[in-house]
Design a binder for this molecule. Structure first.
Ligand code: AMP
Ligand code: MG
Length: 487
């Protein structure tokens, strides 16, 4: 029987291509000179039912660079628009090609996209290419997010192109194979609203519901239902980001997936010392996408989605606005409650009371005042260790610990409380200095540090030696650390 199950092959479908023609341009990747596999993700290949790729190193780079097309591919660039730093603009896949949707052995449907695959009708003045550095960065951080348990696009492979890419300096070019529930964005809906007909918008709503929220596909008010579903998924996602200190860095509406996954890793980074206004992106001068602004921006982006959906929420515009507003007005309360619930979990408080919110707020204020490491403080609490630095010496913090212990170490519940903390407080995150060291070596051809880091980040909740968990973060590193978009 087993031999008849053809689970190890490309199983590409192209349901997105059945949308009205304005949503995409059929487009092949632009061939590259000398594709060479730089890294490959066998575990993900297995999940996709593509384990055969692993044994075929000689020509898999041809497929994962876009030089050859797998069976069933119908390559296309997706059209979308979006608000970038608050300004509406036409965008689209300027350097990515969707090959199709791989239907996996366990029935999931996942986009297979090549990023850095050459110019498309949406490239504007861009070269359609990506640097090896930035594709490896996306690979590393997206895989790390996956292992942290946070919904995200994933990375199957990075192939170097043998071509140069010109940014401020000369880089090696590369193509990333990105895997995601879909690449439909808030910006896809804004595109439909601004450049399509009402029927185009309806087709997109129907498609998105069927693909991501099938239980709602026959809802009486599909547009409103979609708005709600996306809002709740997005709230959960951003709460998860804040659990581990992740800063996306460029939460434009075109970078927000309708499926509730983290997508478009550009200037993202993890926070070390807890400062709520932390920003790493070189272009985010006003802190629009700062760590603690992420919920507010999410709500802003959802308002843009609501705006795009209005004509299908109700024929009567006033009524449509009222209904959409009612949904968006629920954001703040739901976010706050889910965020506190997550923070209670990080502190091992199993049966929280309303007053426990003060414990959370006080801890964060103390951490900020003492420049304490976000990840390490929670670990130290969990492991009953004391950290170097002023926080653990301060009387206020000692008092806080006494209060917290009363709430966390309740009789007979210590074990489940610690278990909960253990699932929410990672031992390792992709520290900025680790990421940069690994990437610096990798672009020079030494993949060993990158591979080692990848292994370390693949089990972030496992126990590790104290030297790794509580290592010194290089003094001053974060203050001058900058990340970049679209490299
Ligand atoms: P991002 O900042 O990666 O979300 O990209 C924003 C927009 O710019 C998207 O439409 C991208 O496709 C496009 N883009 C970024 N880099 C390039 C490039 N090198 N060539 C063409 N388009 C690009
Ligand atoms: Mg983008």
């Amino acid at each position: 029987m087993r031999a008849n199950i053809k689970k190890n092959h490309w199983q590409l479908e192209n349901t997105y291509a059945n949308l009205p023609a304005l949503f995409f341009s059929l487009q092949h990747p632009v061939p590259v000179t000398k594709p060479k596999m730089v890294c490959f993700n066998p575990a993900l290949a297995n999940e996709l039912g593509l384990e055969f790729l692993y044994g075929k190193k000689e020509n898999i780079a041809d497929y994962l660079s876009g030089n050859k097309m797998p069976n069933g591919a119908r390559p296309l660039a997706q059209a979308y628009a979006g608000h970038q730093f608050g300004h509406f603009t036409m965008l689209g896949d300027g350097r990515a090609i969707l090959l199709g949707e791989q239907v996996t052995p366990n029935g999931k449907r996942l986009d297979i996209q090549l990023k850095g695959s050459g110019q498309t009708p949406y490239s504007r003045r861009g070269d359609g290419r990506a640097t090896l550095y930035s594709m490896l960065r996306e690979y590393l951080i997206s895989e790390s997010m996956h292992h942290l348990g946070i919904p995200t696009s994933r990375s199957l492979a990075v192939v170097s192109t043998g071509e140069q890419v010109f940014r401020e300096t000369i880089h090696n070019g590369a193509v990333l194979t990105r895997v995601a529930k879909s690449h439909i964005r808030v910006g896809t809906f804004e595109y439909a609203r601004n450049f399509g007909t009402k029927e185009d918008l309806r087709a997109l709503i129907t498609y998105a519901l069927k693909r991501h929220y099938p239980e709602k596909k026959d809802a009486d008010h599909p547009a409103l239902e979609l708005l709600k579903m996306v809002m709740y998924e997005q709230i959960d996602l951003v709460v998860q980001w804040m659990r581990v200190g992740f800063i996306h860095g460029v939460m434009n509406t075109d970078n927000m997936s309708i499926a509730g996954e983290t997508i478009d890793y550009g200037p993202c980074a993890f926070m070390n010392a807890y400062h709520r206004r932390t920003v790493f992106s070189s272009i985010d001068t006003n802190g629009r996408y700062a760590f603690d602004n992420q919920p507010l921006v999410t709500q802003w982006n959802l308002t843009a989605l609501a705006q795009a959906l209005l004509p299908l929420i109700s024929e009567n515009q006033e009524k449509a606005i009222g209904l959409a507003q009612e949904v968006i007005d629920g954001f703040q309360h739901t976010f706050t409650e889910r965020w506190y619930a997550m923070m209670f979990g990080k502190l091992g408080i199993l049966h929280p009371h309303e007053e426990d919110k003060n414990l959370v707020d006080e801890l964060l204020s103390l951490m900020e005042a003492h420049n304490a490491d976000y990840t390490q403080v929670f670990l130290a609490l969990q492991q009953e260790k004391e950290l170097y630095g002023s926080l653990f010496r301060s009387e206020e913090f000692k008092g806080w610990i006494q209060q917290w212990k009363k709430r966390h170490l309740q009789k007979g519940h210590k074990e489940s409380s610690l278990e909960l903390m253990n699932t929410l407080n990672p031992k390792v995150i992709p520290r900025n200095h680790w990421v940069e060291n690994a990437l610096e070596a990798a672009v020079k051809g030494n993949m060993a540090p990158f591979d080692e880091l990848l292994v370390l980040l693949s089990k972030p909740y496992d126990n590790l030696p104290d030297e790794l968990q509580f290592q010194q973060i290089p003094e001053g590193f974060d203050a001058q650390y900058q990340t970049f978009c679209g490299t």
